[in-house]
Design a protein around this ligand. Structure first.
Ligand SMILES: Nc1ncnc2c1ncn2[C@@H]1O[C@H](COP(=O)(O)OP(=O)(O)OP(=O)(O)O)[C@@H](O)[C@H]1O
Ligand SMILES: [Mg+2]
Length: 375
């Protein structure tokens, strides 16, 4: 293909001005030219790149059109990039997501038959269970940008501006094929605690309700909260699709270990399953953190830390407070404690315990005995 100088110049100009819209247009023109030149594969990959990339609004040509807080001039809405990590979900949650995506993709048909439901989904669950990740995945699956609104930040603004901010956000949403993501939606309820003023709480809740009701049928809105019990029942009712993200189950935890620790290597299944069983109660974010600490050790020390190190880190982690892998080797006490935990928590045989903690079978026996005596 010959270099098309004017196209190249406008490409650089658009890129340097961070003009997302123009850049995409030029990309599409280029892709067509490539296809016409016979480079079908090149054209296809350029086109899929153009479809895939979410550009943060702050750095893009759209920044001017973002609604802002009139006092601080901070944007009320931000565009997030599509996630790069996979979403691993329990079966129940996965089913709600599939149903939601199917309904969103066929909204016109469903509307024409008079059976469409609002495309509003409420995600609740502890921190680090993947609420933001799930919202990003839905946007990516639908091929649309995701606009995130942190309710807690727009609500802590000057008294009286809150309702205006909420209205601005909902005015901004229609007409854009996008996912509107209302993060920390329980912040609406906090008005009551912070200001001790019921009148304002009512106004704020009403503004959110009006905003939700004003959206067209085909607008996708996703809300997330760590405190579902704080939500006003009227807000709760506006979301026909609800997912309790809870903590991941056995299978999902094992998949998380495969992905985050073993980089998708299916041959490490047995270890992933063991870690999965052992890490009951931990969230996706906890598992990711522990796994990343192991991989950092691997990069810095040139060898993968033994499985026992990962298990020990899991043993001393709590949901929301993962304990990372440090460089020290296992002490006798560590081995003894781990042997007992592997037996108690997941009923592992002595032979396997010995292998994992790196001692002879007799030694593992002794550890277990010593431990039961010490109790
Ligand atoms: N279900 C999951 N599948 C894969 N990765 C996950 C999952 N849950 C959490 N993670 C990992 O943890 C990170 C943090 O999750 P995320 O920000 O989505 O949690 P959240 O529920 O929105 O938490 P918060 O309430 O603190 O906002 C994710 O980016 C991902 O790397
Ligand atoms: Mg989140």
């Amino acid at each position: 293909m010959q270099v098309d100088t004017p196209a190249l110049l406008s490409f650089f100009e658009a890129a340097l001005e961070a003009d997302y819209t123009r850049l995409k247009r030029i990309g599409n023109v280029l892709a067509k030219a490539m296809a016409a030149d016979g480079d079908v594969a090149g054209a296809k990959s350029l086109q899929s790149m153009l479809r895939r990339r979410g550009v943060p609004l702050q750095t893009s040509g759209y920044a001017e059109s973002l609604p802002r807080d009139s006092g601080s001039q901070q944007p009320l809405v931000e565009e997030a990039a599509w996630p790069t990590v996979p979403l691993l979900l329990n079966d129940d949650a996965g089913q709600v997501v599939s149903r939601f995506l199917e309904d969103a993709r066929h909204v016109e048909l469903l509307t024409s038959q008079g059976v469409a439901s609002r495309l509003a989904m409420l995600l609740h669950g502890a921190p680090g269970t993947g609420k933001s990740l799930l919202a990003g995945h839905i946007a990516a699956q639908l091929g649309v940008p995701i606009y995130t609104v942190r309710l807690d930040s727009i609500i802590s603004s000057r008294l009286g501006d809150t309702a205006k901010n909420i209205r601005n956000v909902f005015d901004f949403a229609p007409g854009r094929r996008a996912v509107l993501f209302l993060d920390e939606i329980d912040a609406v309820a906090k008005v009551r605690d912070d200001r001790n003023e019921l009148g304002e709480l009512k106004r704020v809740v009403n503004t959110v309700l009006q905003g939700l009701d004003s959206l067209q049928d085909d607008t996708v809105v996703i809300a997330a909260t760590n405190h579902p019990h704080l939500l006003d029942p009227a807000i709760w009712r506006r979301f026909p699709y609800k997912i309790d993200l809870g903590v991941p189950d056995d299978r999902v935890r094992s998949d998380m270990w495969t992905h985050y620790l073993f980089r998708g290597d299916g041959t490490r299944h047995a270890e992933a399953a063991l870690l999965g069983k052992f890490s009951e109660g931990l969230t996706g974010a906890d598992i990711e953190n522990i796994a990343m600490s192991a991989r950092r050790r691997e990069v810095l020390e040139g060898a993968e830390p033994p499985l026992a190190q990962a298990l020990l880190a899991v043993a001393s982690s709590k949901a929301g407070a993962p304990s990372l892998i440090d460089r020290r080797s296992l002490s006798h006490d560590d081995r003894r404690a781990l042997a007992a935990l592997l037996q108690e928590r997941i009923g592992l045989e002595v032979t396997n315990i010995a292998k994992i903690i790196g001692v002879s079978r007799q030694m593992a026996h002794r550890y277990l005995k010593e431990h039961s005596h010490a109790e």
